[in-house]
Write a protein that binds this ligand. Sequence first.
Ligand SMILES: [Zn+2]
Ligand SMILES: [Zn+2]
Length: 175
Amino acid sequence: MSETSIPMTLPLDTEGFLRRECPHCERQFKWQPAEDADDGAESIQSQQVVAYYCPYCYQPAPLNAWWTKEQLEHAQQLMMSEVLAPQLRRFGRQGRQTSHSNSFVKIDVSVPDFPIPEPLVEPSDMIRVDFPCHPEEPLKVIEDWTAEVGCLVCGIRYPLDLVRELPHSSEEEAE
Ligand SMILES: [Zn+2]
Ligand SMILES: [Zn+2]
């Protein structure tokens, strides 16, 4: 078995946040994905992080463990339509090409249609929180969360009111 990787673009909301899901408590939140440092090795980020903490249940999990069910399903559908279906079709063609020889090998493969999945969309929901200990890693948490929120990087917990983003300045005029 060989590994095939296909590019998958994940939608970000208007503030650049990516939806994630905790593998422990299965609640969703959003983080800001690290920017691709594709301009050479000059900017090696201090990516010593091997785990992130859930803001809700404060459990750590490896960096690649935070896919939402929707994202996993989307990846699976993409894999079907872009990798599996072409392979099956190629296999079917090869079968037909060799069947003119003396062999009795005849393979008929009817490939079901694997449509390319609809792109995921990301609404700009949830409440932004910023952590004093790691201001470079803000999160968005579900609106009805009232307990403490944990920092993604170090797991320190804060009361929601402390780290919640201040209202936008358009509200300043009121009282
Ligand atoms: Zn959790
Ligand atoms: Zn922190």
